[in-house]
Design a binder for this molecule. Structure first.
Ligand code: ZN
Length: 684
């Protein structure tokens, strides 16, 4: 039976023509059993701690499981019909348990350590060394090296951390759900677009009340703050939003939703966790696996950028306040006027029709343009190819060298479907490695949710969608143009978390190049390329309020880093005091003193971004700085720079630290100047 299970066929491409939900359980069950038997055998005393007998054998032995489960996860994402959802969910706990076992198997840790200490280690390739080092590092961060009597306490901290961060998010959700603003006087809705009114009407009907219901959820709150002419309504909503999950009684809150004590406890536990592992603070733990070296380095980076961006932010806010006063009669500008006045200012100064732009980005032109960018930059060819697929929408391509040698292959699934997960993402079907029969070539999935063609005309994309497509393709190229020969550090594997977005954001730059856009656009009716006047408006709108937005991101990033670096949760100073300090340093829009932003900062308290929020700006800086190398050469397709980018960054995967990749390409440390320039913030 299993011999004919197509999920177990690893000879080449996934068998999407044959794989059915009923294949999942038998295939995954068998692969898990094989995996456990392999781990037992490889961790036995009789197995020598060598690359070939242990680390290499483990990686090769578990690859099939990873690939099969990858196919199941992929089908669950792109074909989420009940049978696939059930098949996926049935095995998910089993798979999670297996990974947890691997992470806690100290015999694996011992073998890796023995390999590291053996004479063989010095003779391993850079890739293999890196894999061994990464494994040992991850076991250490998981507490594997702690004295036995400290392990229970460490485990308890981990559990309390995960419970508290879940509770943190739940409190925000409960507080968000508890609030409703019911409007019964239609006059109060002035300014709101129809879609926002309709949604509010529907929400009211659903709740069994008359009128219009507004909530603190983004699709309701956002448009209201942006468009509602009624200032008192905006002020009420703003206050309700700003005091969620806080100690402040705002009329709908409950004391048990207060995230204040949870934040304090989370910070204490993280500090204890860091101390047990031998670090000075949690920020050091977070950065240990990242590209940035030290908290001080990150803070220097953020502050340097803040110093450069702040004059532009001050100009933005002055312009906004002047506009609000002169054009909207708002003489005493308040924080709840910011989104509203910004929208009006944007319309007055930089308006253009997204719909008009969309008519120029016709699918065949965009795809051909994308492939041309790839071909020119990296001296490869992209060709249509054929393979079994999971839906008739899907297309399949191959990347070749100029001599016709296969480099990698990818699936492209562009259109939205009811059974497809939202958003856009890149995933891998197979990674590059050296195998017995030669090099195994990588395969990737590129998935988007664009509107399909209608009425016999090609599909048209918004400019944002084109940027999304280039972004995901950047992740795809990171995987496909790899040169790695070991799974653990090939392509996107083993790349530091704050460097992963470099290739994707790098590719976005090409969507703003006038010459590229000329070749990539053809009006759906007239066939004309994008007009220059429209392009100029797009550029102006791109940088609208970029100063203000930059300092806001920097405020959050500096606050997060200082909180996990130098803040004492047991000390006199409160979390709010610290945020006030940061705001005095970088912000241009200071919220009222009752604003409780930290209480809903779920990225760092409810998610995995603690001492990592800076990554957003960090990756933007890296990608802009890489792109600037092409600008300096005077050609976005400069072949010499392109080859160096491929050689030093894109093809390296996780083989070498990302900072070394960057320095090898740029010849220096990253600088924020290119990003500031691209955002219209050039020092006068
Ligand atoms: Zn991305």
């Amino acid at each position: 039976m299993t011999a004919t299970n197509p999920l177990l066929d690893f000879t080449d491409l996934p068998r999407f023509d044959l794989i059915q939900p009923e294949h999942v359980k038998p295939a995954i069950t068998q692969l898990l059993a094989d995996g456990r038997a392999l781990v037992d055998r490889l961790t036995a005393d009789s197995t020598p701690a060598t690359w070939a007998d242990f680390a290499g054998a483990l990686s090769a032995g578990l690859e099939g499981f990873g690939r099969a489960w990858g196919v199941v996860g992929h089908l669950h994402s792109v074909n989420d019909v009940p049978a696939w959802r059930e098949a996926y969910n049935e095995m998910l706990p089993e798979v999670s348990r297996f990974y947890t076992e691997l992470g806690q198997n100290l015999k694996l840790f011992d073998k890796y350590r023995a390999l590291k200490q053996s004479p063989e280690y010095a003779t391993l390739s850079a890739e293999r060394k890196k894999i061994v080092d990464n494994e040992i590092r991850d076991f250490r961060l998981g507490g594997a090296e702690l004295p036995e009597d400290q392990k229970p306490r460490f485990q308890a901290i981990m559990e309390e951390l995960s419970q508290l961060s879940a509770k943190f998010s739940e409190n925000i959700l409960d507080a968000t759900n508890a609030f409703a603003e019911i409007v019964t006087d239609e006059a109060l809705l002035a300014g709101l677009p129809d879609y926002a009114r309709d949604a509010a009407r529907e929400a009211a009907e659903k709740a069994g009340v008359d009128g219009w219901k507004f909530t603190l959820h983004a699709p309701s709150y956002g448009p209201l703050m942006q468009y509602a002419d009624n200032r008192e309504l905006r002020a009420r909503m703003y206050r309700a939003y700003a005091t969620r999950a806080a100690e402040i009684d705002n009329g709908y809150s409950k004391p048990e939703w207060d995230n204040g004590p949870i934040m304090k406890r989370l910070l204490e536990l993280k500090a204890e966790d860091a101390a047990m592992l031998g670090f000075n603070n949690f920020a050091e733990v977070s950065l240990y696996t990242k590209m940035a070296d030290t908290p001080a380095q990150v803070l220097d980076f953020l502050r340097d950028m803040a110093k450069k961006a702040k004059p532009f932010a001050e100009k933005d806010i002055a312009e906004l306040k002047a506009f609000a006063k002169d054009e909207l009669g708002l003489t005493d500008f308040q924080p709840w006027d910011a989104a509203y006045a910004s929208e009006k200012l944007m319309q007055a100064r930089y308006a253009f029709s997204e719909q008009e732009v969309k008519q120029y980005f016709t699918e065949p032109k965009v795809i051909a343009g994308l492939f041309q960018v790839i071909e020119s930059l990296f001296t490869v060819k992209v060709k249509e190819d054929s393979a079994p697929v999971w839906h008739e929408d899907v297309r399949f391509y191959r990347i070749e060298t100029p001599a016709g040698e296969l480099v990698g292959q990818f699936y492209m699934d562009l259109y939205a479907r009811e059974t497809k997960r939202g958003g856009a993402w890149m995933d891998e079907a197979r990674s590059r490695k050296r195998a017995a029969g030669g090099i195994q070539k990588p395969i990737a999935y590129l998935n988007c949710n664009f509107a399909r063609p209608v009425g016999g005309k090609p599909a048209t994309f918004t400019h944002d969608e084109v940027i999304t497509l280039f972004h995901e393709t950047g992740h795809g190229l990171h995987h496909l143009l790899a040169r790695g020969e070991e799974l653990g550090v090939s392509g996107i594997h083993g790349v530091e978390w704050d460097a992963v977005e470099l290739p994707s954001q790098f590719m976005e730059n090409y969507c703003w190049e006038w010459d590229v856009l000329q070749g990539m656009t053809a009006h759906v009716d007239s066939g004309e390329p994008l007009p220059r006047a429209l392009y100029d408006k797009m550029l102006a709108a791109k940088n609208f309020q970029s100063g203000m937005m930059t300092v806001r991101q920097l405020e959050f990033s500096i606050f997060d880093m200082r909180l996990h670096y130098e803040f004492d949760p047991k000390g006199e100073k409160t979390v709010i005091d610290l945020l006030d300090e940061v705001r005095r340093e970088v912000a241009v829009l200071i919220p009222p003193e009752w604003h409780r932003f930290p209480n809903s900062f779920s990225h760092i308290f409810g998610g995995g971004y603690a001492a990592g929020y800076y990554s957003y700006k960090w990756a933007e800086v890296l990608s802009a700085d890489c792109y600037a190398a092409f600008e300096e050469a005077g050609d976005p397709f400069d072949p010499v720079v392109g080859r160096r980018f491929l050689e030093e960054i894109l093809s390296r995967g996780g083989e070498r630290p990302a900072l070394e990749n960057f320095k090898a390409f740029r010849g220096r440390e990253p600088s924020p100047d290119a990003l500031l320039r691209h955002s219209g913030m050039i020092a006068a």
